[in-house]
Design a protein around this ligand. Structure first.
Ligand code: ATP
Ligand code: MG
Length: 571
């Protein structure tokens, strides 16, 4: 490619609207242009990076035996009604009517369409297993689109769906994808961690989020300082007895004390002058429509996904103010387990409270000197809260959990028969019996992966892409466009680089070298060949963007050397 013929529009000014570095640098490099909130045009330069991510993903998916398909962006309501998601999906699903008054939606994900494809085209166990994937546009009407391509409304995703004859096969398919994802993100040069994620109603240990470690990540990951355990904040488990007793066991009986207008844990803590760790927080939930009291320690937070899993219900919601008064006789902030007739779920953290305070089910009153087990029953005790830094590792039971931030670039999920059952996707098994196909689904955000690479690789000059994602692998720069020897040498090296299959660009603009270097560094070209005065001695300079290599080579050996460095960097 020749710079003068290509289309690169770098910006001098700092983009004001960008909050994170990847967004800022993508705008500055002129890779994306905002059309509307969360909706972007990829410039020719930005598209090059996107295509490079796609190429790695495609190569590795093919290598894993997955087969590429292409599904429609526009999906009829009927399919989404079959799975039950037309009503469940919420506002991220953009719905509209066509001229015949038929409801349609823009696909935010494609389980329904692929399950429909499979039930019509897969007949027998001989057709299984199969894994279909596509790399295509998705639309989600995100409530807060932000950070450029990181959380867009229209974005490109690789989504794959595996179909197996039984559970065992599905687990194997899952493992293959897990390994494939590891390879993909390695080739993208990313520091990554696969963490256990919440599986919702499916259950089991088969959901992972692939997190790129970055301070700007939206997700909190907890990992063990001693063993390999890592999970996202929602999923991370806590252990029974993981928190030491906060204080000696009280021998006094509960005492009701006035606490006027103190509703929050902070207010109670201040008013009674006791730490949050000695307060028992009581929340009224409806579990599949039935009320229950959930208790967690004052400094902890209740975790609805865990509650769902432990008591095996589908629907968990907090009671509203009116319902709370009806059920407990007191307003929110003054409710508690002592004397309560509600079913009580006690988080393990509460057991560390040996002399606590809780609401008295009477407005403006709390109990003090409360002892769990003595003053309220411990019938249903378990893990109902979010884990925090410092919690004991649930796997090795020795190390403590530490926190770090991450960007979720990929997600793998075992679906079981969640879609095949309601959509009646069956096959004829070896034993002559019709069975539901067992499914898995696997997503990678293509644009988000490019953003994550920038979050991990940048400096004050701009983007430092790994060579595998750089918009160009090498730029050839004649220092003085007026020196014919420099120009002709640069042209020669450029041609030779193409012969070596290096994705090269020659900066043939009539610009000062400073401008050219700045542009090359800003957009993240992985290597530079600088053709300057030393041409007279038969030498040129090779520099890598990551600063690791800065070498002088003979003109005749330059292209080969660049190609070697490239292979070395790809490892
Ligand atoms: P998040 O929790 O970030 O909203 P998600 O759980 O909704 O993600 P999935 O449905 O698992 O995401 O989608 C698969 C992948 O698609 C994600 O891992 C992510 O890389 C990408 N992705 C999801 N939403 C967006 C978005 N709004 N913009 C860009 N990429 C996205
Ligand atoms: Mg989402």
């Amino acid at each position: 490619m020749r710079w003068s013929e290509f289309f690169i529009r770098t910006k001098r000014e700092e983009p004001a609207e960008a909050e994170v570095i990847s967004h800022k640098l993508m705008l500055k490099a002129g890779m994306v242009l905002k059309v509307s909130s969360g909706i972007y045009t990829y410039s020719p330069l930005g598209l090059r990076v996107i295509r490079k991510v796609e190429r790695i993903v495609r190569e590795e998916m093919n290598r894993a035996g997955a087969i590429e398909v292409l599904m429609p962006v526009v999906i009829p309501k009927e399919l989404w009604e079959e799975s039950g998601r037309w009503n469940l999906y919420g506002k991220e699903l953009l719905r509209f009517k066509d001229r015949g008054e038929k409801w349609l939606c823009l696909g935010p994900t494609h389980e329904e369409v692929i399950t429909d494809f499979a039930r019509r085209e897969i007949r027998s166990y001989r057709d299984l297993p199969k894994n279909f994937y596509q790399i295509h546009t998705k639309f989600r009407d995100e409530i807060r689109p932000r950070f450029g391509l990181m959380r867009a409304r229209e974005f490109i995703m690789k989504d794959a769906y595996s179909f197996d004859a039984d559970e065992k096969g599905a687990e194997r398919s899952y493992e293959i994808m897990y390994e494939t994802y590891t390879r993909i993100f390695e080739r993208c040069g990313l520091k990554m961690r696969a963490v256990e994620a919440e599986t919702g109603t499916i259950g089991g240990k088969f959901s992972h989020e692939f997190m790129v470690l970055a301070d700007t990540g939206e997700e909190v990951i907890l990992f063990c300082e001693k063993c390999s355990y890592s999970a996202n904040r929602e999923r991370a488990e806590t252990v029974e007895g993981g928190l030491p007793p906060v204080r000696e066991e009280t021998s006094r009986s509960p005492e009701m004390v006035p606490t006027p207008d103190t509703k929050t844990v902070e207010e109670v803590s201040r008013f009674l002058n006791i730490p949050k760790e000695r307060i028992i927080k009581s929340l009224v939930y409806y579990l599949d429509g039935k009320p229950a009291l959930v208790l967690v320690r004052g400094d902890m937070e209740a975790n609805e996904a865990k509650i769902k899993r432990w008591v095996n219900v589908n629907d968990v919601r907090l009671a509203d103010e009116k319902e709370i008064v009806e059920l407990t006789g007191a307003e929110k902030g003054f409710i508690g387990p002592v004397g309560s007739s509600l079913r009580i779920l006690v988080d393990w953290s509460v057991l560390s409270v040996k002399d606590g305070a809780c609401g008295a089910n009477k407005n403006d009153y709390h109990f003090v000197h409360v002892l769990p087990g003595r003053d309220f029953p411990l019938k249903l005790v378990g893990d109902f809260r979010f884990a925090v830094e410092g919690d004991i590792c649930p796997k090795c039971k020795k190390g403590k959990l530490r926190g770090t931030r991450g960007i979720e670039v990929g997600h793998t999920f075992k679906l079981g028969t969640k879609y095949s059952e309601p959509m009646n996707a069956k096959f004829l098994d070896r034993d002559g019996v019709e069975k539901f196909m067992v499914m898995g689904c696997y997503g990678i955000g293509i644009g988000r992966t490019a953003c994550a690479a920038i979050e991990q690789g940048h400096d004050e000059k701009g983007i430092i892409f790994p060579v595998s994602l750089a918009p160009f692998e090498t730029v050839v720069l004649p220092v003085n466009a007026g020196e014919s020897e420099q120009v002709s040498t640069a042209e020669r090296i450029y041609r030779e680089l193409l012969d070596f299959r290096v994705d090269a660009i020659i900066d043939d603009r009539d610009e000062r070298i400073g401008v050219k270097l700045n542009d090359a560094d800003l957009i993240g070209i992985a290597m530079k060949v600088i053709v300057g005065k030393k041409v007279k001695e038969g030498k040129v300079e090779i520099k890598t963007r990551d600063g690791r290599i800065n070498a002088e080579v003979n003109i005749g050996e330059c292209a080969e050397k660049v190609s070697e460095i490239k292979k070395e960097m790809e490892k």
